[in-house]
Design a protein around this ligand. Structure first.
Ligand code: 3NM
Ligand code: MG
Length: 520
């Protein structure tokens, strides 16, 4: 059994000045590297052989397998444990016929077809990349992005072929990489492969140790899709949502919102009405400071002008294990919005994605529902429960589909909510208000869990309850506002809605909530 968890690929040209190769390799092995690939793109044969021999000696000392990049002859010469082949290197079958039995063959892949071919040819593992941009190698194909890894992993289902991800993996994004690189069938990575994060480090021991610790805590965390799911019942959902409103009022969490000009004012008022504290800020210069003090981040794509801030804010929030609520407003409306949304979702991990049918269909590349501007049209999904569950699995987060009926899933549990009122559809930005309320309840969930051990998690707190809480708060307030005697239309409805959010109590939530757990 080969341990692929921390796969070091060498690159001597990246060594810090004055660092000897053997010292670096020993320190990296000491730090916990589990497999080493010697990659020499510029060395002539004699030099490659020399480096391979030195590497072999060190790896043998640590009981770590040694792989040679590209050169089957060098692998044979030093009795390495295997070779790693690129798409334009020697074919796997040829390499297999030249190597003694039992040697490892790995193949670089960046498409499902590559993976299928590698499996057919009898490869032992695949290197999937590049998952992030990298300066270490001149890439011959587009950066995949974390969200594209899942389908390649699916192609390994029911095989014994292992998978590592490669390209731009750092201590700062390794948890995000591991969490995001899971197929909808639950297939995970067996490891991460890195060059510069270890090779160009002044302290390769420390860099390796850090990566290894993140991998191990993630790998030990037992929760997998479809496995141990917190046992929700309609009663526990109502109780926990009611608790969160209480927590919000007690802790007055700061909700950082990068949102659109149409809804900024009413969103800030809704946040305040629930007892939290809004800050509507989008200057790049203040994003870091805010990330230290916020309890949830809302990113609303309504008027896309602050992409840089959106990218940065999400990364910092991920670093701090704080909730990131993404409202991809009108994402189906233009190619530009699709591109921005994909870039955002590949950069950070959303905790909750909330959208109407048109928006979520666009995100999921589904043709089932069309959008017109920021509104969705038509009858909606044939099976909305399955749709939200599958999208949650794909995006690795909670997904909330809003409409006359709201559907929420974390990839395992699916919840149907039927509160609401027609007048919510008659004011602008009620969907954006749902996003704000979700961010506020997620902030409450984070406040509740912020001292728990979250080493293996991207976010602390129960984001399913957070998402349900936000929707219930707004829809229940909407029902109560609509029946007020002074409400005559959409104009008087909006201030009444803010009033009802202001007067919402845990008891009212428990009393009014229409919650149903469904299965597909
Ligand atoms: N192969 P770093 S990316 C060697 O996509 C290699 O197949 C890649 O280096 C692929 O960890 C890559 O410094 C370089 O980004 C990875
Ligand atoms: Mg090669």
């Amino acid at each position: 059994m080969i341990d692929y968890s921390l796969y070091l690929v060498t690159g001597r040209e990246l060594l810090p000045e004055g660092k000897a190769y053997c010292d670096f390799l020993r320190e990296a092995l000491e730090g916990g590297v589990t497999i080493v690939q010697v990659r020499e793109k510029k060395a002539d044969t004699a030099e490659f052989l020399h480096i391979a021999n030195e590497s072999k000696n060190l790896c043998t000392d640590y009981g770590v397998p040694l792989i040679i990049n590209d050169r089957v002859d060098i692998a044979l010469a030093v009795d390495a444990d295997g070779v790693h082949l690129g798409q334009t290197d020697m074919p796997v079958r040829v390499a297999r016929s030249l190597l003694p039995p039992g040697k490892i063959i790995g193949v670089s892949c960046n498409s499902v077809d590559h993976v299928k071919k590698a499996v057919e040819d009898g490869a032992n593992y695949v290197g999937i990349g590049a998952v992030w941009a990298t300066n270490t190698k001149q890439l011959t194909s587009l950066v995949l992005g974390v969200r594209a890894v899942g389908p390649l992993l699916s192609a390994l289902d029911a095989t014994s072929v292992k998978a590592v991800a490669i390209g731009g993996i750092k201590s700062s994004n390794v948890l995000r990489t591991l969490h995001g690189s899971v197929s909808t069938t639950g297939h995970r990575l067996d490891g991460v492969a890195v060059v510069s994060e270890i090779v160009s480090s002044r302290e390769p021991f420390k860099s390796a140790r850090t990566l290894k610790e993140v991998y191990q805590s993630w790998s030990n965390s037992t929760k997998q899709l479809g496995e141990i799911s917190p046992s929700y019942t309609t009663e526990t959902i109502k109780d926990r949502v009611a608790d969160l409103l209480h927590v919000v009022k007690e802790t007055k969490p700061l909700i950082h919102q990068i949102t659109n000009i149409v809804v900024a004012n009413q969103s800030a008022n809704a946040t305040l009405a629930l007892g939290a504290s809004p800050i509507m800020a989008s200057a790049l210069e203040e994003i870091y400071d805010l990330s230290r003090v916020l309890s949830a981040l809302l990113i609303n794509l309504g008027t896309v002008t602050d992409n840089e801030s959106m990218l940065t804010a999400g990364r910092f929030a991920n670093d701090a294990k704080k909730p990131v609520v993404f409202d991809p407003v009108g994402v189906g409306a233009t190619e530009f919005r699709r591109k921005v949304a994909a870039e955002l979702l590949n950069t950070w991990q959303a905790s909750v994605i909330k959208g109407n049918a048109g928006e979520l269909a666009a995100l999921a590349d589904s043709e089932e529902v069309q959008a017109k501007g920021v509104d969705s049209i038509g009858v909606g999904f044939a099976n909305p429960a399955k749709f939200v569950r599958d999208l949650a699995r794909k995006e690795r987060c909670v997904v909330a589909l809003t409409g006359a009926i709201d559907w929420v899933s974390d990839g395992t549990t699916i919840v149907k909510l039927t509160n609401g009122h027609k007048l919510l559809g008659d004011i602008t930005g009620s969907g954006c208000l749902v996003g704000t309320c979700i961010a506020t309840f997620c902030a409450g969930a984070w406040e509740l869990a912020k001292n728990e051990d979250g080493a293996a998690k991207l976010v602390r707190g129960d984001m399913l309850i957070g998402a349900l809480g936000g929707i219930l708060a707004l829809t229940i307030a909407g029902e109560r506002a609509a029946v007020r005697s002074n409400v005559q239309g959409s104009g008087t409805f909006l201030p009444a809605l803010i009033d009802e959010l202001y007067n919402l109590t845990p008891e009212k939530i428990k009393q009014d909530s229409q919650v149903e757990i469904v299965t597909v």
